[in-house]
Design a protein around this ligand. Sequence first.
Ligand code: MF3
Ligand code: CO
Length: 266
Amino acid sequence: MIHIKTAAEIELIRESALLVSQTLAELALILRAGITTELLNARAEEFILDNKAVPSFKNYKGYPFATCISVNDAIVHGFPNKNEIQEGDLVSIDVGVYKNGYHGDSAYTFGILPILSEHQLLMKVTRESLLMGIEKAHVGNRVGDISFAVQDFAERKYNYGVVRELVGHGLGRHLHEDPQVPNFGKKGTGAKLKEGMVIAIEPMINLGTKDVYYDEDGWTVRTKDGKFSAHYEHTICVKKGKADILSSFDQIVINESKNPALIADY
Ligand code: MF3
Ligand code: CO
C-alpha cells in the first residue's frame, strides 16, 4: 500500500532528508586518503545524534552501522572498517536518519583525487541518471517512467551496468515503504505517481557488468567483475509538474570544492 503524505508530513521528511544531506556534507570536509571508513561512520553517527535524530540503518534488519560506506567495487551496503581510503578510490556513502517519526535517505559518491577519468565519467553519469529519473517523478507518470529514464540514460547511452538486485523505495514513517522504484523498466508501467508520494530514487551504476555478488559479511554488494560502481540517492516528493527534492547536494558540492582531496567539478 502506498501512503500519500500530508503537507505537514512532507516537511518533517524534508527535515530528516536535509539532516542526511548535512551529515554527508560534514563527511565531505574530512574525506581524504589515509582516513578509515570507520572514522567517517563514527563522525556521521555523532553528527546525527547531536542533531537529536537516530541513524535509520543501525539495527535495520540487523545492519550493524549508522552508515553504509562502499568503496570501489563495493556497490552498496559496505561495512565501515579499519581500511584506509586511498587515492583514486570511489567512496559511496549512504545515510538515513529518523527524526520526529520520519525517515530521510540519501547517498553520494566521492572521488578521492587523483582519480581515473573513466571513474570521473561514471560518477557524473550516475548523478545525471538520478536527475533523469527525478525529472519523470511527477503526477501523470508512473514508476516505470522513472525506471526507464534512469536505465535508458546509463545503459543505452553509456553502456554501463545498471544493478537489478536493489531498488529505490517509498519512505516516511518506515525506511522502506511501497512502491519499489527499480532503476530499470518500461515507460507507462507500474504504480501511478500521485501528489504527496515520497520516494527515494537511487541508481547504482557499474562501469562494467550489472552482475553482483554478496561479500562474506552477508551485506556488502560488489560488482562481479571487480570494476568500480557509483551510487547517488535523493529523497523526493511527487508533485504536479516537477518533483520536490527533499534532500540536497548543494552543501556537499560546496564542501567538495573546499576539500583539495576531492574531485569537485565533474
Ligand atoms: N539507501 C539504502 C536503502 O534504502 C540503505 C539501506 S541500508 C540498510 O535501501 F542497512 F539499512 F539496509
Ligand atoms: Co534508500
